[in-house]
Design a binder for this molecule. Structure first.
Ligand SMILES: *Cc1c(COP(=O)(O)O)cnc(C)c1O
Length: 446
């Protein structure tokens, strides 16, 4: 069988060992069905079955997806898409050698930490910066390095759980820090923080309520007030911003997401935030702040285990450069989507409608997602397809290549142009046409 023309082609494509394995598995299967009295398929059929196995075994599982949900930072869909410049930077560094840990001037070993640090310092004015694998790791590192076997003061209203089971109290426990809760679920006062000083805590922590809102009879001191209490006792304050942003979201008709610069201005000693939320870069955890504290983080053994790799650092520095050059809104996809005026989204939805000749354009709402601006929405326009069974259509769209993820509302499938990259329009429309034609033939919406 291996000598047949088709198998030679398969060997060239998949390699001999894997092709051989596919043939053997196919033949084993045929033998067992033959024993049960069934007919033996011919050679062409055997080769087809082997080819099928090879295709399944080698198909990638991580696939590109068209995001038509309107959720800009969709954690399940990989959060922030990278900018063109970030992509070029990754490709250049990934394909060859680099000075990742090599000082080109001195001709000897350097540090991988320098690459993003200078940019982060220039952007924020912080004394020092450290980049690790993700923000959860950054928080873990801060607590392990600065508060192991000691207490960390945090308000009860901030003991949050973000997606994927990251719970602030659990992370604290894991790091070896003792949780010192102050205040109540809805209200915490300056005096609560002052009373906590009796326990001689190592650290004050604030965690941003990334994914829910606290409304009603609530109160919380300003960050600068918390800082004042801590600093009077010589205790550092760490602010886990979660998303964190360099740009003011209120400029785009949204609520104000806490900014990295504001935390520093309030006097916080360390600020932690994600690379792939509103920053719009690769997965990373960024810690900025006081040089002596950052130095303690660097020296902790955990820092080595959660360090950022060269691909992350190259994409991150390219992304940070967009902020430094004041071109984030134009170059970083997340900000392009966020700042896209509703009128522009509407025009795109209308273009889709004209091409498809199906559905209607209607107003709707995009959400930000990714642990930022909970409860906030952006006015948007969507293409709505009224069908009998929206879930069936959604399932069909997910089976397209690339898969399309949209959402259903009542008896409609909604497609939001805001999160569809412009270069994906053609692919999306081709898929939609195909799916609608097939569901038309078998009764609208199945
Ligand atoms: C998202 C988030 C994290 C975790 O960040 P990752 O980069 O996903 O690890 C931690 N804390 C808060 C408050 C968050 O919103």
């Amino acid at each position: 069988m291996l000598q047949s023309a088709q198998a030679v082609e398969m060997t060239a494509c998949f390699g001999r060992p894997l092709t051989l394995r596919a043939m053997r598995q196919t033949l084993d299967q045929i033998r067992s069905t033959y024993r049960e009295g069934q007919l033996v398929p011919d050679e062409a059929e055997l080769l087809r079955l082997a080819q099928e196995l090879l295709t399944t075994w080698t198909a990638p599982t991580l696939l590109p997806v068209i995001n038509a949900t309107g959720v800009i930072l969709h954690t399940n869909l990989g959060r922030a898409p990278l900018s063109q410049a970030a992509l070029r930077a990754v490709a250049e560094i990934a394909l060859g050698y680099s000075n990742l840990e090599y000082d080109l001037e001195k001709g000897k070993r350097g540090s991988r930490l320098v690459h993003a640090e200078a940019l982060l310092q220039r952007l924020t004015g912080a004394q020092a910066a450290l980049v690790v694998n993700n923000n959860a790791a950054a928080v873990m590192l801060v607590l392990s390095a600065l508060a192991r076997r000691r207490s960390v003061v945090i308000a009860r209203s901030q003991l949050v759980e973000i997606g994927g089971g990251f719970r602030v109290p659990d992370v604290m426990k894991q790091s070896g820090a003792r949780l010192l809760e102050v205040g109540t679920t809805n209200r915490v006062h300056v005096r609560d923080y002052e009373e906590a000083l009796q326990e001689k805590p190592a650290l004050f922590m604030r965690a941003h309520r990334s994914n829910f809102q606290l409304v009603g009879f609530t109160s919380e001191p300003e960050l600068s007030e918390i800082v004042a209490v801590a600093h009077r006792a010589g205790i550092p304050v760490v602010d886990d911003l979660g998303s964190g942003t360099f740009l003011d979201t209120s400029r785009f008709g949204l609520a104000h997401e806490p900014m990295v610069q504001e935390s520093l201005a309030a006097g916080v000693d360390l600020v932690c935030f994600s690379g792939d939320k509103l920053l719009g870069g690769p997965q990373a955890g960024i810690v900025i702040g006081r040089a002596d504290l950052v130095q303690r983080l660097r020296k902790h053994p955990l820092a080595r285990a959660i360090r950022a790799d060269k691909l992350c650092l190259s994409a991150l520095t390219a992304t940070l450069l967009h902020y430094l050059k004041d071109e984030a809104e134009q170059e970083i996809p997340v900000w392009r989507m966020l700042s896209m005026p509703a009128g522009d989204v509407r025009r795109r939805a209308e273009t889709w409608l004209a091409r498809l000749g199906e559905g209607r354009v209607t107003s709707s709402e995009s959400t930000i997602g990714g642990g930022s601006l909970p409860g906030e929405t952006l006015p948007t326009w969507v293409l709505a397809l009224d069908v009998r069974n929206p879930n069936k259509i959604l399932e069909r769209l997910r089976r397209e290549k690339p898969a399309i993820v949209a959402r259903a509302q009542d008896n409609s499938v909604l497609l939001d142009p805001r999160t569809v990259l412009p270069e994906q329009d053609e692919l999306l429309l081709d898929s939609l046409q195909r799916v609608l034609k097939s569901s038309w033939a078998i009764g609208r919406g199945l």
